[in-house]
Design a protein around this ligand. Structure first.
Ligand code: SF4
Length: 279
């Protein structure tokens, strides 16, 4: 049985940066609170907990005078609420997420109704949507237009950073088909993260050559789930959070196995999976 890792694996730039900030602050201050899980990966959060990183479920749950926000960013409304309670903010917002927030704000300020292609319940998407200040929607289905008496004349389209580029393109094309009419103006801004593009391309390249793909990552991690979705289009694919979850029945009769991992999966967890398959 041959086991191969995808070319692009390990923490992405944004997660690495967030983890480094937290490690530094926790060391200097003897601990730090974060607003929600700073990354969607249980193993990484467990490791951070050992150096004093505590997760506050919401603003009311914050005990100290300072809080670190996650790489997914926050809305201006949450920022305002924190400031009104005199809670200091340590931002670990990924620069690529920040770019999407700025795009949403600028479109809304220029009079565009902003359509964010993404999972409306994901913290990153909720944050970006907040920057439209009520002039936007987060959705993955163009049917939302049916709720308007009149389709907005100016539409701005952008994406959650971790979506699959080809799916975003399809969505934008459908929206153009439905919404483009006389005098309308549609602006599309590609806000998909470069790391995610490369990671998805590397995973797909490997998936096309193997009998089984294992995607190592958190089940709540959006980019992990997108990787699995993409690989499943070409080969049998399973998501595992740890090596313990690998089922022997998956391996029966398989000659080549590929491993890829979400952007918030640490190398240690990937290596454990690698060792279990090679053991
Ligand atoms: S996946 Fe991309 S956007 Fe998300 S944290 Fe990593 S680098 Fe930033």
């Amino acid at each position: 049985m041959k086991v191969e890792k995808a070319d692009k694996i390990g923490f992405c730039f944004g997660v690495r940066r967030a983890v480094e900030v937290l490690e530094k602050v926790a060391q200097e201050q003897g601990g730090v609170e974060t607003l929600g899980a700073v990354v969607h990966n249980k193993q990484v959060m467990q490791r951070l907990a050992t150096i004093g990183v505590k997760v506050a479920r919401d603003i009311d749950d914050i005990r100290g005078g300072t809080v670190a926000t996650s790489s997914h960013g926050i809305s201006p409304q949450i920022e305002k609420e924190l400031r009104s309670r005199h809670i200091g903010i340590i931002s670990t917002t990924c620069p690529f997420v920040h770019r999407a927030q700025v795009a949403a704000r600028r479109l809304a300020e220029a009079g565009f109704f902003v359509v964010i292609y993404g999972d409306a319940d994901h913290p990153e998407v909720r944050g970006i949507l907040g920057w439209t200040r009520g002039q936007g929607i987060a959705t993955m289905d163009v049917k939302f237009l049916e709720t308007f008496d009149q389709v907005p004349r100016r539409l701005g389209i952008l994406s959650q950073t971790t979506q699959i580029p080809a799916h975003f393109n399809e969505f934008a094309k459908k929206l153009i088909d439905v919404a483009l009419s006389r005098d309308s103006e549609i602006r599309i801004i590609d806000t998909i993260c470069h790391d995610i593009r490369e990671r998805q391309a590397a995973a797909l390249k490997l998936a096309e050559k193997v009998d089984l793909m294992l995607v190592v990552g958190g089940r709540h991690s959006a980019n992990t789930n997108r990787l699995a979705e993409l690989c499943a289009e070409v080969t049998e694919t399973h998501v595992v959070e740890t090596a313990k979850e690998i089922k022997l029945s998956w391996l029966r009769g398989k000659n080549r196995i590929g491993i890829t991992a979400g952007a918030s999966t640490d190398e240690q967890t990937v290596n454990e999976v690698w060792r279990k398959l090679n053991g």
